[in-house]
Design a protein around this ligand. Structure first.
Ligand SMILES: CCCCCCCC/C=C\CCCCCCCC(=O)SCCNC(=O)CCNC(=O)[C@H](O)C(C)(C)COP(=O)(O)O
Ligand SMILES: Nc1ncnc2c1ncn2[C@@H]1O[C@H](COP(=O)(O)O)[C@@H](OP(=O)(O)O)[C@H]1O
Length: 340
């Protein structure tokens, strides 16, 4: 079995150009001999290497070591000769299992994940204690109008800047992950068979669009307009009030940031030349701006629960694609995992 695995690895890797350190190859192959067919741990998205093309070996006799190498984000290495592990360990190396917190996250993933609820919490706290007078407290501030209000556009541009320098073999998997992220943003904020999801929640919880009727009797100028979306309400210069108004900014800024972070994570973990490229710096600038604007949303806008529900909806798609799916080999094969 081990002999077969090595020769198949050689065959499949003929067109690859990267040679990972021998130690990591040995570690991976030794680990693989202990792997069950379905991975019991999530796929490590923080490791480096091209990992978007997952081998689908699942029947007995197929190349399991190759699967595990790819699942670990190493890609198929160019092996000059079959490498036999000296003595396979009886338990997986501690570095493999130790990395996971609560069986779901690596330490790095958890740290990134926690940035956003903490930012909303700190912002909300500042808003209660003493919100400072600031240009960022204006809805019309340049950064809000030009960047956040076109937030998915800028996230797309940033993602493209990140992608164009990668040397992965299956860009289609990148596009699929981007398409899922875009679809969730679109359904949630733009259109969901009519009004987008966030507006349906608002209307479903008793929200209405109030407009001023100048012809009404004084004191009774406010009347309900039958707008079925926040966009429609804005169009008639109405005021969208009453229901649970999920924070669209908390949603978008969290959703976009987690998407960019998790696509960038292999570059960060590799700590190689890609990390120093201008492309990486551009991603960091976008992430910094999104973080700052989320803090401003936390301080100046919405109620605490509206920001929390915005954040919860913002983590939904990310949790499926980057946290839950990596526990399932077949589904992960569909969307791939980020790589360099
Ligand atoms: C090897 C290279 C691979 C590259 C991979 C990239 C994949 C690209 C694939 C295809 C390209 C398709 C290009 C599609 C472009 C789509 C870009 C856009 O998203 S255009 C839409 C821009 N609109 C926004 O960004 C609006 C964002 N704003 C909002 O959602 C809301 O205003 C709000 C939620 C922020 C606030 O809500 P409000 O009710 O308070 O306004
Ligand atoms: N960080 C921020 N900077 C400026 N305005 C913000 C903001 N976060 C939210 N807002 C504004 O607060 C309102 C509700 O935002 P949302 O529901 O998207 O979180 C929106 O007002 P407008 O609809 O008048 O633009 C939005 O522009």
């Amino acid at each position: 079995m081990q002999q077969n695995a090595s020769s198949t690895t050689q065959q499949k890797s003929a067109d690859r150009s990267t040679v990972p350190p021998a130690q990591s190859i040995i570690t991976d192959i030794t680990t693989s001999s202990l792997e069950p067919t379905e991975p019991t741990e999530p796929i490590d998205l923080t490791t480096t290497g091209e990992a978007t093309e997952l081998p689908t070996a699942s029947t007995p006799g197929e190349d399991d070591s190759l699967v595990v190498q790819s699942l670990h984000g190493l890609g198929s290495p160019l092996l000059p000769a079959p490498i036999q592990p000296p003595t396979p360990p009886l338990t997986p190396p501690p570095a493999y299992s130790r990395k996971y917190v609560a069986g779901l996250f690596t330490f790095e993933q958890l740290s990134i994940f926690l940035i956003y609820p903490s930012t909303i919490a700190v912002g909300s706290l500042i808003s209660i204690v003493s919100p400072p007078e600031s240009y960022f407290g204006l809805r019309t501030n340049f950064f809000n109008v030009f960047f956040v209000k076109n937030g998915w556009f800028w996230t797309t541009i940033t993602f493209m800047v990140h992608c164009i320098r990668l040397r992965i073999s299956k860009p289609s998997k990148l596009v699929i992950r981007y398409a899922f992220a875009t679809l969730w943003w679109f359904l949630f904020t733009q259109w969901f068979f009519g009004a987008p999801i966030m507006d349906r929640v608002f209307l479903g919880t008793g929200g209405v669009c109030f407009v001023n009727d100048p012809e009404a009797v004084p004191g009774d100028e406010r009347k309900v307009h039958d707008s079925w979306s926040s966009f429609g309400c804005r169009h008639v210069k109405g005021e969208w009030a009453g229901g649970h108004d999920i924070s669209g900014h908390s949603f978008l800024l969290t959703h976009a940031s987690l998407f960019l972070w998790f696509e960038l994570l292999p570059v960060i973990m590799e700590r190689g030349p890609l990390l120093r490229q201008i492309n990486t710096k551009i991603v960091f600038v976008t992430l910094a701006l999104w973080w700052w604007m989320l803090l401003m949303t936390g301080i100046y806008f919405h109620t605490f629960t509206e920001k929390v529900t915005g954040w919860l909806c913002g983590i939904a798609e990310w949790a499926i694609i980057y946290i839950l799916l990596p526990g399932n080999r077949t589904l992960t094969t569909m969307v791939g995992v980020p790589g360099v």
